[in-house]
Design a protein around this ligand. Structure first.
Ligand code: PMP
Length: 442
């Protein structure tokens, strides 16, 4: 691994071409970082290689989705044998794997009685909100400040608000996180403070309008909800006839096999899953209570007679339950049943070593996170919500991130670190050595 500034000329050149065909040269804004993003061309295990031939240990892992790392041979075999055995990769009809996969999910998530497939985490949370509105007849939603649930209008509020617009800590404003969000949307979505009991007063105040509370049990994948807060949220939403939706797109199969709900021992009404369950392919799931999921059934629950489509919650998607993706996702989950524990132990090891290293260098840093995901937060204060995090030392963190790329450690600047089963002791050692070089050069 190089310890001098890397040559990334080919990435720079490709970025110029990319700007001619895509706005800002990227296909998702989060993929840009200055002066230009790196273009990758190969991956193997814990490693990514860019177009200039530089090798990196990948801690982005496609925003946490590649829990097995890159190019896992059993996944490659699964795809090949699926084609060999079935001839096609898409039927556009029901197929058996839809059942097998659902049974596997139900095994790990007892709160899920029935489920539907989607093509992404975004679609999963969006569909969950429609279920909640249909079931309760209440159309406003509540979400927490700093929580991300996908890129659509209802939830693209107060994801990353400027502190100046964000309002009081106990009663945050709904601040659009994008242009193009209508002012009326900001009235439909109520923003709650995370890990703060003031949230419960807001819910009580608007109980007759709010159909759903959507929460990342672990904000941004790394700031955990407090146990007491979670238990109370469950109790209050139940009392107020508000559907509690756990967005476990990031936490599913990354904290425990049963996600954050198993860790907290709290059963939500609905769960959205994504990322890891698709094994690196686009995929999502909405699952939960039978009586809520049945809102989408095309047949009557008792008589099995077909229902009029206008009386049923609409849910569709050409690729929902894609056979090849379900095959890959199922294999991924089966591998994690054996190996998740090892990943969790290695994550603890990396966290401990990183904290010790920062300590010896006199830089306040705490790793914040549970399971196989964490972030490095440069602060001595307790981090229990978005605003605490905003007060940490972003300037130093950005400098560190920039140098880390030169040392062969890949993550998007400021992003959390995700581990995979391919990140072994050797990679941990290399990572610590890279951090040492970076901290020495600050
Ligand atoms: N919810 C959470 C908690 C997420 O982290 C993400 C993706 N980062 C989404 C929803 C959206 O998922 P996708 O990108 O698959 O649409």
């Amino acid at each position: 691994m190089s310890h001098v500034k890397l040559t990334t000329e080919k990435s720079a050149h490709l970025y110029e071409s990319a700007k001619r065909v895509m706005p800002g040269g990227v296909t998702a804004n989060i993929k840009y970082f200055p002066p230009y993003p790196l273009f990758m061309s190969n991956g193997a295990g814990a490693y990514l290689t860019d177009v200039d031939g530089n090798e990196y240990i990948d801690y982005l892992l496609s925003y946490g989705s590649l829990m097995l790392g890159h190019g896992h041979p059993e996944i490659a075999d699964t795809m090949q044998s699926h084609i060999n055995n079935h001839g096609t990769w898409l039927y556009g009809t029901p197929h058996e794997l839809e059942i097998t996969f659902a049974e596997k999910i139900k095994e790990h998530f007892p709160s899920i009685e029935l489920l539907r497939y989607t093509n992404s985490g975004t679609e999963a949370t969006l569909l969950a909100l429609r279920f909640a509105a249909t079931y309760t007849g209440k159309h406003k939603i509540a979400k927490f400040e700093g929580h991300y649930h996908g890129g659509y209008n209802e939830v693209l509020l107060s994801v990353d608000p400027e502190t100046s617009d964000a309002g009081q800590k106990e009663k945050p404003n709904a601040v659009p996180s994008s242009k193009g969000i209508s002012p009326s949307q900001t009235e439909q979505t109520i923003i709650l403070p995370f890990n703060d009991e003031a949230a419960f007063d807001i819910l009580k105040e608007h109980a007759n309008e709010i159909g759903a509370v959507l929460i990342e049990p672990i904000q941004g994948g790394f700031i955990p909800a407090e146990h007491g807060f979670m238990t109370k949220l469950r109790k209050i939403t139940e009392e107020l006839n508000i559907v509690l939706i756990f967005d476990e797109v990031k936490t599913g199969y990354r904290i425990t096999l049963g996600g954050a709900q198993s860790y907290y021992n709290v059963e939500p009404d609905l769960t959205a899953l994504g990322k890891v369950i698709g094994g690196g392919f686009p995929m999502g799931v909405v699952g939960g209570k039978k009586e809520i999921l049945m809102e989408s059934s095309p047949i009557d629950n008792i008589t099995s007679e077909p229902l009029n489509s206008k009386d049923v919650l609409f849910h569709s998607g050409t690729y929902n339950g894609h056979p090849m993706i379900l095959a890959v996702g199922l294999k991924t989950i089966e591998i994690l049943e054996e190996e998740l524990e090892t990943v969790l132990n290695r994550t603890e090891k990396l966290k401990t070593q990183l904290e010790a290293l920062f300590y010896t260098k006199g830089i306040p840093m705490q790793t914040v996170g549970l399971g196989s995901v964490f972030n490095m937060v440069l602060s001595e204060n307790e981090i229990s919500n978005y605003r605490d995090y905003q007060e940490s030392d972003f300037d130093t963190r950005r400098k560190i991130d920039k140098h880390l790329l030169d040392e062969g450690i890949y993550s998007k600047p400021m992003n959390r670190y995700s581990m995979s089963i391919s990140h072994r002791d050797k990679e941990i050692e290399k990572t610590i050595a890279a951090f040492k070089n970076v901290l020495n050069s600050l």
